[in-house]
Design a protein around this ligand. Structure first.
Ligand code: AMP
Length: 279
């Protein structure tokens, strides 16, 4: 498995595969890979002849006071996992390769980006849409793989592909969790021992909401209140948002139907974690 740093190298490799009639899957990541990313890579390996994993901590999706510099990186571990799972190529560009001097074209989206993480992180989804558009143009994959863990991102990418007539299929993969329920995340490494225990309140709130809906609850306010109260019972937790929204438009709903997304973002100490469930 090769690791390449330039757009030209990716293009040359994909062109050679295409000449052989091979299909290509893309898994966009920011690296520091765990089993959550691994599930996307495995699915891509299953469904495509060749798989490109991009490892790029994209500066344009981080706000000024966010964790761009601190974001964990470990290319040796990432490449070992990609190799083990059967990926064919890692694209690991420098920011200067992705954003050349004079760069000034951005992909932005309304509506879906106005709520949840988009409300707390105003520049985030513009950066995500721009970098994913670039990755789709560079790799030209048949399919690209995204995790349900970032449910709003997934909805936004689907919308962008539809709106801009991008010629690829978006494949969604379920949330992978630790044994005790915490959703796997590269940011979990920021947590100290007490915070790691406290972080369980996110998945507990998600499972509580899910059970209420399974048992027939349809009032978004009622489910939201129960989830909020549970999170507030954990002293180390500070809620960024607890929201119940339409699964396609990301706008708040009063009645829970299908598709509905219940999504939370919670600070545990200084670490902001997210989780969700889909009805
Ligand atoms: P990131 O490196 O955090 O940008 O994530 C890259 C991709 O992996 C995104 O599509 C995420 O939704 C997905 N992902 C991250 N964590 C998980 C998880 N625990 N389960 C499933 N997918 C995940």
């Amino acid at each position: 498995m090769n690791i390449v740093k330039t757009v030209d190298q990716v293009r040359a490799q994909v062109k050679a595969w295409r000449a052989e009639g091979l299909s290509v899957g893309l898994v966009p990541t920011m690296g520091y890979l765990h089993e959550g990313h691994g599930s996307l890579i495995s699915k891509a390996v299953e469904q495509n002849d060749r798989v490109v994993v991009s490892v790029f901590v994209n500066p344009t999706q981080f706000g000024p006071n966010e964790d761009l510099e601190a974001y964990p990186r470990d290319m040796n571990r990432d490449s070992a996992l990609c190799e083990k799972l059967g990926a064919s190529l890692i694209f690991n560009p420098e920011p200067s390769e992705m954003y050349r001097p004079g760069f000034c074209t951005h992909v932005n989206m309304d509506v879906l980006t106005s709520t949840l993480c988009g409300a707390s992180r105003p520049v985030h989804f513009g950066g995500v849409c721009t970098v994913c558009s670039k990755l789709f143009n560079i790799v030209k994959p048949d399919r690209a793989y995204f995790g349900q863990k970032d449910a709003q991102q997934l909805a936004i990418i689907r919308r962008m592909v539809e709106d801009l007539n991008m010629d690829l299929e978006i494949v969604a993969c379920p949330i992978v969790r630790e044994e005790d329920g915490l959703a796997k995340s590269s940011r979990n490494t920021y947590l100290n021992e007490d915070e790691r225990k406290a972080a369980l309140v996110l998945s507990k709130a998600i499972f509580l909401g899910q059970d209420m809906v399974k048992d027939g609850a349809t009032s978004a306010a009622e489910v939201k209140k129960a989830m909020t109260d549970l999170i507030n019972s954990e002293p180390l937790a500070r809620i960024d948002y607890v929201e119940i929204v339409d699964g396609l438009t990301m706008q708040p709903v009063e009645e829970i139907g299908a598709p509905t997304l219940a999504a939370i973002a919670v600070y545990i100490g200084k670490t902001r974690l997210i989780d969700n469930f889909i009805v």
